[in-house]
Design a protein around this ligand. Structure first.
Ligand code: SAH
Ligand code: SF4
Length: 344
């Protein structure tokens, strides 16, 4: 078994090379090759002597994601990549270009255990956690794709398959690796973690005083409705969730995004909008509405445009910033909640 270089923090790489009697500058060269030159094959490392490249190849590998399929949306700006993992399972990563930024949407698990009713990933059930290396590699592969078009990756959102806080350790390590200023150097503020509301995860993030952005998938403003569509609500209810958010805001001072998939006749009512206002009024929140993306197994329909705008107006009237997210990549099932390990 060879070790995956993407799993390693710089210090760990340096120590492993020390064991191979290699000087520290070799670790720096390798780090630079991986995270600045974005070389994805050990034979590419022209900054290393051939003999060392051979030695490295016998002990390390550079990732295990094989691109199996790429789909591009008719909008020309959204691309979805299906990667096969070494154990045969599959994940999806989505790259989105905007006029001022390039964002990659990363998966943190194969499947998801949370079972939100309207989510294709949830419908798959939980298969396994990704390793930190598998998370890092999705980002680096995306950056390499952009770089080959003279472009740069600017933002990383954990909004792909899986619940990031159910894989806290790997997520945290991946962010540390990608943040390293001598390597990839992606600033903490360029990451966003989206969670269904795992309270211990929010607490850990608060304790770490992490600068990464936090988004909470709320979708309903009372426990009765939320538990119906987001089952984990019966474990971490709205009141526990709001208490954790308050502590985060107090310690961190960074605005939290509330995500809300508007489902026709379910959670797009004035009553829900008013209840949401009551929950977050006067605090540092931003509300991001998205009209439900279609998924095969769920009969709900997206909220109608006029209802989405009415909902938005109620939130805004309370002085809370509220945007309706442009739906992207629906034609290739690359929208929020549409990702699954589909190979067809
Ligand atoms: N597990 C995390 C992150 C992945 S889901 C979370 O739930 O936050 C990313 C976002 O897509 C979440 O806000 C989720 O609620 C939303 N989502 C899931 N299914 C959707 C659908 N069919 N239409 C629109 N958004 C959806
Ligand atoms: Fe999991 Fe998020 Fe989908 Fe819920 S919405 S099932 S937490 S991926």
């Amino acid at each position: 078994m060879t070790a995956n270089l993407y799993d390693l923090k710089f210090e760990e790489l340096r120590e492993l090379l020390q064991d191979l009697n290699q000087p520290t500058f070799r670790a720096k060269q390798i780090w630079q090759g991986i995270y600045q030159n974005l070389w994805t094959d050990l034979t590419d490392f022209s900054n290393l002597p051939l003999i060392l490249r051979d030695q490295l190849s016998s002990q390390f590998n550079l990732g295990g994601l094989t691109l199996e399929k790429e789909l591009s949306s008719t909008d020309g700006q959204t691309h979805k990549y299906l990667y096969r993992l070494e154990d045969g399972s599959a994940i999806e990563t989505v790259l989105m270009a905007y006029h001022d930024r390039n964002t990659v949407c990363i998966s943190s698990q194969v499947g998801c255990a949370m079972g939100c009713k309207f989510c294709a990933t949830g419908n798959m059930g939980f298969v396994r956690n990704l390793t930190s290396g598998e998370i890092v590699e999705q980002v680096i592969k995306s950056a390499a794709i952009l770089s080959s078009n003279d472009n740069r990756l600017t933002n990383v959102v954990f909004m792909g398959m899986g619940e990031p806080f159910h894989n806290y350790q790997a997520l945290r390590e991946a962010i540390v690796i990608l943040n390293d200023p001598n390597g990839f150097g992606m600033g903490k503020r360029r990451f966003t973690i989206s969670t269904v509301g795992i309270v211990p995860g929010i607490k850990k993030l608060t304790e770490e005083r992490s600068q990464v952005n936090l988004a909470i998938s709320l979708h309903a403003a009372d426990d009765q409705l939320r538990s119906k569509i987001v089952p984990i609500n019966s474990k971490y209810n709205i009141s526990a969730l709001m208490t954790a958010c308050d502590a985060y805001l107090e310690k961190n001072g960074r605005r939290i995004t509330i995500e809300w998939a508007l489902i026709d006749g379910v959670n797009d009512t004035d009553e829900q909008a008013r209840k949401l206002v009551n929950l977050i009024k006067g605090k540092l929140f931003h509300v991001n509405l998205i009209q439900l993306n279609p998924v095969d197994h769920y009969p709900g329909k997206p909220a109608m445009d006029q209802n989405a705008r009415r909902f938005q107006k109620i939130i805004e009237a309370a002085g809370i910033p509220c945007t309706i997210r442009l739906r992207r990549g629906i034609d290739i099932q690359a929208g929020c909640g549409q990702l699954a390990s589909n190979t067809n």
